[in-house]
Design a protein around this ligand. Structure first.
Ligand SMILES: [Cu+2]
Length: 236
């Protein structure tokens, strides 16, 4: 399945890397040539005859101008897709708090740490924070957006891949920021519907998590409880 955001973000990344590598090679080769051609040994008398060259100056202004315009074009194309949220996208409310993620679905169902989504759907996220600024980051789908207290930010992506993916906080938000992890689990639509319509609470969601997620959750709860006791955390 194609995912426009992944394609455009990866496209602009490869474009910028390619230009950077070409420039690195060009500058290095020119430097080596100049070291050789204009060494003191070959030119005991410094040549002072070159005072300026308009053609060269125009070339090294115009070429970089087009390179940065190309980078801007790629970035702008990606930005437009990220800002244009499909109208029929399903909605999930995301809340960041020190130091965990919680999710609320359209029917009021809530989950903590683990975000369930159906495969091949456009999903719109409404991002909130209940304390400080966090940043909701899902690297596998190339999206990242701040959660700011007192305002609602939005982002979206298409769940074009099945499986389990990382969720991170990408804005330093206090001592346990590094433990502010989550998991995104994308499952077939029927499985998602079954899960989202099951009447259970946060507690049941935690039980259904994989062992690795359980450990993360435990670390978060443990460290949150003991946030004032830094000695204990260091020993852990
Ligand atoms: Cu954080």
């Amino acid at each position: 399945m194609t995912n426009p955001i992944i394609n455009l973000v990866d496209g602009s990344f490869i474009f910028i890397i390619a230009i950077s590598v070409l420039l690195l090679i060009g500058v290095t080769l020119a430097m080596l040539y100049f070291c050789f051609r204009y060494s003191e040994k070959r030119n005991p008398q410094a040549d002072q005859s070159i005072t300026g060259n308009t053609t060269l100056e125009v070339i090294w202004t115009v070429i970089p101008l087009f390179l940065v315009l190309g980078m801007f074009f790629y970035g702008w194309e990606g930005f437009k897709v990220m800002r244009n949220i499909p109208e029929n996208a399903m909605m999930v409310k995301v809340t960041g708090k020190m130091w965990a993620w919680s999710f609320e679905y359209e029917n009021g169902k809530k989950s903590d740490t683990l975000l369930y989504l159906p495969y091949a759907k456009d999903v719109r996220f409404e991002l909130h924070s209940s304390d400080v600024i966090h940043s909701f980051y899902v690297p596998a789908f190339r999206v990242k957006e701040d959660c700011v207290p007192g305002r609602t930010n939005k982002m979206w992506f298409n769940t074009s891949r099945m499986g389990e993916f990382d969720i991170l906080c990408a804005e330093y938000c206090g001592m346990n920021h590094a433990y502010m992890l989550g998991k995104l689990r994308i499952v077939p639509e029927e499985e998602f519907n079954e899960w989202v319509n099951k009447k259970d609470t946060v507690q049941n969601t935690q039980q259904s998590q994989s062992p690795s997620v359980d450990t993360t959750k435990k670390v978060i709860t443990d460290t949150v409880k003991l946030k004032s006791d830094t000695t204990f955390i260091r020993q852990k």
